[in-house]
Ligand binder design. Structure first.
Ligand SMILES: Cc1ncc(COP(=O)(O)O)c(C=O)c1O
Length: 453
């Protein structure tokens, strides 16, 4: 058997890691996970951790669901692969497309499958362009995303992403992609500005941007209903309806990126329902298969689907698709995963266990290091500040967040530091008692770090 030391050595030698300082990785080495059980994962030394981030915001049903392993095995035996090019299809992809459209209550009309959220958003960018070419509006191509939004890392998706780290030295963003202000009231509001006024201002800024660019050039607006990787930003209640109204006024398509929020994370099946978003496109991934298989879906409404159908008839094809679009094993796992979410009432559990998580974290709001506690359902963040009164961040940014996350990991809890915000996003199967243990471990870690700062 390969020893943990050998694995660590090989990892450093042979693998370039995602989102990792490659030079520091050579000094620190990896934390190698070996197995999972429920909300827990275990490293190669046998240490147990609560996976407080559900992996990458994604493992809804926990790390040991035998039903998903069984359907994957059965589908591999029956038909391990078949594609969806040139009028071919396979049973699980058809059933999954129908299921997803049903879950939206028929507000969306068709699904297109990809392997990742990034590819799904890249696909949407292309579809938006294709749609406007079909309508004879070749100028209407610009897409407005948001600062601190996260939409992935492929060339177009990374351009939509509003984080400097995804652009710097990659020669991004692409032209024709713009970024509006992040709807984070705590950091972006003016002195004395209440949340409703803040939402009004952001909608006015969006309108001004569309007018400055020329409405005939602006095609779409994309946002996560609740921002995830940008720091778990829950917008003011009035934000989405107001932004959406501006988009409708100028015939700008609305794209709801529900890669993190889809399938129950906020206590509703889709966060679009929570915020009154009526998207033209939705992006789904992550909890779609609980990340047991790589899969994402683009959902589009009838308005878009009918134009794409017509235009592909004129051109002779919809010239886009991935080898694994509608992969039968991934689709079969998604169907079973959604069945589990429904049978076990995991959306309601996210609301109930989420209420406990939100309450327990808000009990820390008076802590001298805590600037803001925010979140909804089973997604949350605690933002740490150097000075509570002035909201001054730490210098260098990210120092305190990284220390608390490291301390929590030592205490058996995996969280994510986003600059100095600490993010929480546990599996949807977490019980209220387990939320209590998670919150205890976080509070202890915070206290231990506070003593050293
Ligand atoms: C909202 C959102 N969109 C898109 C993506 C990109 O998905 P992927 O990493 O599967 O490419 C992510 C990933 O975290 C995400 O959070």
């Amino acid at each position: 058997m390969t020893t943990p030391d050998h694995l660590a050595h090989s990892d450093v030698a042979y693998q370039l890691h995602a989102y990792t300082n490659a030079r520091r990785h050579r000094e620190e080495g990896p934390c190698i996970m070996d197995r999972g059980n429920g909300i827990h994962v275990y490293d190669t030394a046998g240490k147990e951790y609560i996976e407080g981030m559900a992996g990458l915001w994604s493992v809804a049903v926990g790390f040991s669901e035998p039903r998903l392993a069984r359907v994957a095995y059965e589908q591999m035996q029956r038909l391990p692969f078949y594609h969806t090019f040139s009028h071919k299809s396979n049973v699980p992809s058809i059933e999954l497309a129908e299921k997803l459209i049903g879950l939206t209550g028929g507000r969306m009309a068709q699904a297109f499958f990809t392997n990742s959220g990034s590819e799904a958003n890249d696909t949407i960018v292309k579809m938006v362009w294709y749609y406007n070419n079909a309508l004879g509006r070749p100028e209407k191509k610009k897409i407005i995303a948001r600062q601190r939004g996260y939409h992935g890392v492929t060339v177009a998706s990374a351009s939509l992403t509003g984080l400097a780290g995804n652009h710097r030295s990659f020669d991004l963003p692409l032209p024709r992609i713009l970024h509006a202000r992040c709807p984070h009231w705590y950091r972006e509001s003016l002195p004395g500005e209440i949340e409703a006024a803040f939402a009004d201002r952001l909608a006015a800024e969006l309108e001004a941007l569309i007018l400055a660019e020329g409405p005939e050039t602006v095609a779409a607006f994309i946002g996560e209903p609740v921002m995830g990787a940008g720091g778990v930003i829950v917008p003011p209640e009035a934000y989405w309806p107001k932004m959406q109204a501006v988009c409708r006024k100028y015939d700008v398509l609305v794209i709801a990126d529900e890669v993190i929020t889809g399938f129950g994370r906020t206590g509703r099946m889709f966060a679009s329902d929570l915020f009154g978003i009526e998207p033209d496109f939705m992006t789904l991934s992550k909890q779609l298969t609980s990340s047991y298989q790589p899969l994402a879906a683009v959902l589009m409404n009838e308005r878009v689907a009918s134009v794409i159908t017509r235009h592909s008839g004129e051109l002779g094809t919809f010239g886009h698709g991935y080898t694994a679009s509608g992969h039968p094993v991934a689709a079969a796992v998604a169907l079973e995963n959604i069945r589990i979410i429904e049978e076990r009432g995991l959306v309601d559990n996210a609301a109930a266990a989420g209420a406990v998580l939100q309450r327990r974290l808000r009990e820390l709001a008076d802590h001298p290091l805590v600037g803001e506690v925010r979140g909804v359902g089973l997604i949350a963040a605690v933002e740490l500040v150097a000075d509570k009164a002035s909201r001054a961040p730490f210098d260098p940014a990210g120092l305190a967040g990284a220390r608390v996350v490291r301390q929590a990991q030592d205490n058996g809890l995996i969280l994510r530091g986003i600059q100095d915000s600490v993010a929480f996003c546990p599996p949807l199967i977490i019980t209220e008692a387990q939320v209590g243990t998670l919150a205890d471990r976080f509070a202890r870690s915070l206290e231990e770090v506070a003593k050293t700062l």
